[in-house]
Design a protein around this ligand. Structure first.
Ligand SMILES: [Zn+2]
Length: 246
């Protein structure tokens, strides 16, 4: 240890050694700790996906579920195998493929149908990302709408991945543990209803910019308040013929 320290800093016998943080004052602050933590490569390899999960809070247990998805740690067949639990690991939705979180929620034909039905857009308008890191970090950029200053519209869009993944997960569990099943249309309806309830329950979500007709039509698929919680459209400037001689 003395050899390591030798040449790095002057050693003075009159000063006692002490533990300190960093190279300067040695005092620790939360800001310094946070900066050091951010500098660790494994701490936040893709901040965008964590921002997506925590900056647009939906239902706490569903936010947490998405966090476990991002860590690839939900207990699908493939993960159970790595934990030494042998059993059937076929996807209960399509009965064709090995069950993994990516297959179950993003790749499965049943899930793809559910995604498209919840999006309320034409089939193929949005290509569902291939993994959760991409899904969570790029979802905002996939929006066909301008979301700035449109809090209600933005929340509807940003909550879709959470609502869809959660409802597909519940459907998977229903099939495995209760031997009951719903169609992809029914699962999509449940996701849309849950989304709408949360939009309506949050009075602070208001579109401070007016929506265009396409945005109003889309948002009305989730909530009946698309118009009442939006700024009125800008008045059209019309040319009026004014006859001063009357
Ligand atoms: Zn499947």
């Amino acid at each position: 240890m003395t050899q390591l320290l030798h040449g790095k800093a002057p050693l003075a016998s009159s000063v006692h050694d002490k533990r300190g943080w960093g190279h300067h004052s040695g005092s620790y602050t939360a800001a310094k700790g946070y900066r050091s933590f951010q500098a660790l490569q494994y701490a936040a390899p893709n901040p965008a996906q964590w921002n997506f999960i925590w900056s647009y809070p939906f239902v706490p247990k569903i936010d947490f579920f998405c966090w476990t998805l991002a860590h690839r740690s939900i207990l699908t067949g493939d993960n159970l195998k790595t934990r030494g639990m042998e059993g059937p690991s076929r996807c209960p939705l399509c009965l064709n493929e090995e069950e993994s979180s990516i297959h179950l929620l993003l790749e499965c034909s049943f899930s793809k149908e559910t995604w498209q039905k919840v999006l309320l857009l034409s089939s193929g308008d949005i290509a569902i990302p291939e993994n959760f890191k991409e899904l969570f970090s790029s979802w905002a950029s996939l929006s066909p709408f301008a979301l700035n200053k449109k809090a209600l519209l933005k929340s509807a869009w940003m909550w879709i991945p959470k609502a869809v993944c959660w409802k597909i997960w519940l459907e998977r569990n229903r099939r495995i543990f209760r031997e009951e099943e719903c169609s992809s249309s029914r699962v999509a309806s449940k996701a849309i209803a849950m989304l709408g309830e949360d939009l309506d329950a949050n009075p602070s979500l208001v579109n401070s910019r007016p929506l265009d007709p396409q945005e109003i039509r889309w948002l009305s698929g989730f909530t009946s308040k698309a118009l009442t919680k939006s700024a009125p459209p800008k008045p059209c400037l019309s040319k009026w013929e004014v006859r001063l001689d009357e």
